[in-house]
Design a protein around this ligand. Structure first.
Ligand code: SAH
Ligand code: SF4
Ligand code: F3S
Length: 460
């Protein structure tokens, strides 16, 4: 039997992705790596020859979901085996990295457990299972010295928007967070590789690229003995013909340097929307979290950004009920939110994670208090989101059309501020950036009509 026993046959691969955009990117790359073995994407796990759960360990709920999903997959696998074939089950991602051995013990029908840094080796793992290591399962959660990026095939464009992973891992060790343990130390890919990858994507039809990293603005790529910052990379990307829009996520306030702020003012391709998580508005809590910035630092950054780019829309993550958070600390968060004004946001109850320093603190906040604070915070944030969207009515935006809409005859796209915008239009416009006038607010998107050129000239 050769190393790729399945090559040549068509096999169905179903990948379920939990967690962040980094995981979405990784799932696409896992599919790329398995394609030469004959695996093609399936919409459901039913009848699939291989199922990968690409997991997230960030909060307890996310991690526990994996085990309930595995329970359902076990039934599907049993049915397939009874029918004379098999279903390979792989658990990838951050839960796999953190709890690989426990997964093998709790769910012995899992064939492969692999971490976020080893998925370029998936074909070898599949071959090992086929060779008969099956039953014991294959576990590979190493942090290899050589980065996986050196072994991955070049990604292909799949529509007008694309992701490029430029940085991975985290050295910041916020006291609540598992990412430094599940993703490992910070690593930045060389600028030459990234520019090549971006050019290929643009040639393939992508006009918007989102640069990804757990700490994307900590980017420090090496080129000819020199270190490139994110600002430098963004400026170089902006030179690529046909690359109309650049975004990056997720950034950390500590790495928001003046050159990057300046780029928001002078690189027109850099979209006026920034996800910059603050977590809390209380200096005491920010210090306890080991965030390395104060609320005033955050304010100053926002002020500078708004000076160079007046229409910049902001987004943030928040945690309520971090150990030791008092009502006064929480009020500081509410106050900061009111002062800054966010166009979008993600907020969570603090979830103690095994192995992180904050999980062992004696000052845990009761569950009902965390819930109540989350509720109060979300009401304020939801109102800000609605207000931001409502203020868009009557304005004309350049919208990058990306997909067919939910209703027949409609297509949807993205505004510069990352809002979903739908319009009745011919699908031939998918892939183009078109001027649309916002006319209505719906639950998850903005409704628009075609703006004519004269209107466009006078609007924001
Ligand atoms: N690198 C990014 C965040 C990655 S995790 C940053 O530094 O901002 C995404 C978000 O999950 C975090 O911003 C935080 O708000 C939330 N989060 C992380 N750990 C958490 C925990 N233990 N409980 C609740 N929320 C958490
Ligand atoms: Fe987690 Fe903090 Fe690193 Fe973000 S910066 S990934 S919150 S440790
Ligand atoms: Fe989750 Fe890992 Fe991303 S823990 S948020 S999938 S880095």
């Amino acid at each position: 039997m050769g190393d790729n026993p399945q090559s040549g046959q068509r096999k169905k691969l179903f990948i379920k992705t939990y967690g962040c955009q980094m995981n979405v990117y990784d799932s696409a790359r896992m599919a790329d790596v398995l394609a030469p073995l004959g695996y093609t994407a399936a919409e459901t796990p039913d009848g699939a020859d291989m199922v990968i759960l690409n997991t997230c360990h960030i909060r307890e709920k996310a991690a526990e979901k994996v085990f309930s999903d595995l329970g359902r997959l076990r039934v599907l696998k049993t049915e397939k085996v009874a029918g004379g074939s098999d279903m390979l089950i792989a658990v990838a991602g951050c839960v796999a990295q953190a709890e690989g051995a426990q997964i093998m013990a709790r769910a012995p029908f899992v064939d492969i457990v692999l971490g976020p840094q080893t998925y370029h080796r998936l074909p070898e793992m599949v071959a090992k299972v086929a060779r008969g290591a099956h039953g014991r399962g294959v576990l590979d959660t190493e942090f290899p010295l050589e980065p996986k990026f050196d072994h991955l095939p070049a990604p292909k464009a799949d529509g007008p928007t694309a992701f490029v992973s430029i940085q991975e891992g985290c050295d910041k060790f916020c006291t609540f967070c598992v990412v430094p343990y599940t993703r490992g130390a910070e690593y930045s890919r060389p600028p030459s590789d990234l520019l090549r990858e971006a050019r290929t994507l643009v040639e393939g039809g992508a006009s918007e690229i989102t640069l990804l990293g757990q700490n994307v603005n900590a980017y420090h790529g090496e080129a000819d003995g020199k270190t490139w910052t994110l600002a430098r990379l963004v400026r170089a990307l902006a030179e690529i013909d046909g690359l109309k829009r650049i975004r990056y996520t997720t950034s950390h306030p500590r790495d928001m340097d003046d050159d990057l702020i300046k780029a928001h003012g002078d690189v027109p391709q850099l979209m006026p929307f920034l996800h910059l998580p603050v977590q809390s508005g209380s200096d005491k809590i920010l210090a306890a979290m080991n965030r390395g910035h104060t609320r005033d630092d955050y304010r100053r950054i926002i002020e500078k950004l708004r000076t160079v780019r007046g229409d910049l829309a902001l987004s943030s993550d928040f945690i309520t009920g971090y150990p030791g958070e008092t009502d006064a600390d929480f009020d500081d968060t509410l106050e900061l939110v009111q002062e800054i004004g966010f166009a979008q946001s993600f907020s969570f109850k603090y979830s103690p994670r095994p192995g992180t320093p904050a999980a062992n603190l004696k000052t845990q906040v009761p569950e009902d208090v965390k819930t109540e604070r989350l509720h109060v915070l979300q009401q304020v944030l939801d109102a800000q989101l609605r207000q931001f969207n409502a203020a868009c009515i009557g304005k004309t935006f350049d919208v990058l059309m990306t997909n067919p809409g939910r209703n027949p005859g409609q297509i949807v796209g993205r505004s510069p501020y990352l809002q979903a915008v739908h319009v009745t239009a011919d699908p031939k416009h998918i892939g183009s950036i078109v001027p649309l006038k916002i006319v209505s607010l719906e639950a998850y998107s903005l409704g628009a009509v075609w703006a004519d050129e004269s209107e466009r000239a006078v609007s924001a």
